[in-house]
Design a protein around this ligand. Structure first.
Ligand code: PMP
Length: 424
């Protein structure tokens, strides 16, 4: 494998952003034209996964039509083409996150695998001692709880939980009380998938670094909605999933600072991650290949690159502003429904509205409005401890993306009124 992981930068140009216009954006997403149950699709389950623009679909088709080959290994034309496209995508991710180097970008299956990689590799590096502590928060996705619980069982560690208040906000003072010399890692969600809460991640990183504790940020919900600059955040690890940012499933990113990744041993062994193999022992490749054993999701990486091209063709601030408008409108509109309560009312919030309606189970809400072609999520949103914290079995969740319209929120409102009528 000859890819040179030296610091590479795309030529910086003053970018002419595409003007944000929701009707034009919708034209880019073919699935939005389809009918569901005979009605135009109203897709409000974006926190679960986003839809894909034509350019991403084309990137997948193009790869299999014209470029398919295994990467890094072959010297033939197609292999070089595929390698260039895959490594080009890594460079796009590096630029997207403003990482220092492409060697800090590890392609993984998704946010879940990124967190598992860090947990397992740090464990193998004997980073943790008996009785050490890991801090997470009460609003973590299961993927930022269970890998640490598995580690705690293996290494006799303790998981410390930062509580959230009634609004669903991270209680910083409680975090300050929990952090101590015993803390070895802090792992916190950037934006909550269940409530939309935007956490004070920069302050969390700063406080943790006062104790020399590394911080992992789970950015699965953040990257589609807000500018993420890992150097500005100064986090030590950052993970996200391609499928929530207009890319395909099965591909995601672990960003790690070189100072950590360099010292961490591989998570998995196999082809493509080695320098020399013999029965006496094996030496590993440099970053990032050290962490990418086996044939990777080549087309996934390339299509993720296309997704980031799509997203960054806009000024992400325009997208954030537009989604804030949707959030504000949805909050005001849904609150007009008698008996409806919004769970998660953080001052700083992204475009997620979790709600319950008195006397109606969220599953019934989801099932009934599906007949009108409206897709929302109901359940615990892979945040069981958080939903329990609010003494609920489940919530209904509408989550918005850049292609949603005010009109769709009106349709949701009308459908919910219908549900209420059925149950009255
Ligand atoms: N963290 C958060 C905040 C999420 O919303 C999700 C997906 N719902 C994940 C982690 C896990 O992502 P994936 O299943 O793509 O690995």
């Amino acid at each position: 494998m000859n890819f040179d992981p030296e610091v590479k930068t795309l030529t910086k140009q003053t970018k002419n952003f595409r003007k944000f216009n929701v009707d034009e954006v919708r034209e880019d997403f073919p699935i939005l034209k389809r009918l569901v149950n005979g009605k135009p699709l109203v897709y409000l389950d974006n926190a679960a996964t986003s839809q894909k623009p034509q350019s991403v679909i084309d990137a997948i088709t193009n790869y299999y039509t014209y470029e398919n080959a295994n990467i890094h290994r072959g010297l033939h034309f197609l292999s070089e083409l595929a390698t260039e496209a895959y490594e080009g995508a890594r460079l796009k991710v590096k630029e997207f996150l403003n990482a220092m180097s492409v060697s800090e970008i590890i392609f993984v299956r998704g946010a879940t695998e990124g967190i598992n990689l860090v947990a397992n590799s740090l464990c193998r590096a004997n980073y943790f001692d008996d009785g050490d502590e890991i801090i997470i928060s009460h609003m973590e996705h299961h993927s930022n709880i269970v890998p640490w619980q598995l580690l705690c069982e293996r290494k006799n560690l303790k998981l410390k939980i930062v509580p959230v208040n009634e609004k669903g906000e991270f209680i910083f003072e409680e975090f300050e009380k929990l952090i101590s010399d015993k803390t070895k890692l802090v792992s916190i969600v950037h934006i909550s998938n269940a409530l939309g809460t935007i956490n004070p991640v920069k302050e969390i990183v700063k406080k943790s670094h006062e104790y020399n504790i590394p911080v992992l940020l789970d950015g699965a919900q953040a990257v589609p909605h807000t500018k993420v600059d890992v150097q500005d955040l100064d986090c030590d690890f950052y993970v996200f999933s391609g499928h929530k940012v207009f890319g395909p499933t099965g591909i995601g990113v672990l960003y790690g600072k070189t100072e950590y990744l360099d010292k961490m041993p591989p998570f998995q062994g196999g082809g493509d991650m080695i320098r020399e193999v013999s029965f006496e022992g094996t030496t590993y490749d440099d970053l990032p290949q050290k962490f990418e054993a086996g044939t990777p999701n080549i087309v996934g990486g390339i299509a993720l690159g296309a997704a980031l091209d799509y997203l960054t063709s806009f000024d992400i601030q325009d997208i954030s502003d537009y989604e804030d408008e949707l959030l504000k409108y949805a909050t005001g509109t849904l609150l007009q429904i008698e008996g409806l309560k919004i769970i998660g009312t953080s001052e700083k919030k992204a475009s997620v509205v979790s709600f319950v309606i008195e006397g109606i189970h969220p599953y019934d809400i989801g099932t009934i409005i599906d007949t009108d072609g409206i897709a929302i999520r109901t359940g615990h949103h892979c945040t069981m401890p958080l939903i329990k914290r609010f003494n609920l079995p489940a919530t209904a969740r509408a989550s918005f993306s850049m292609y949603n319209k005010i009109d769709e929120i009106d349709q949701l409102y009308k459908a919910l009124l219908k549900v209420k009528k059925m149950f009255s």
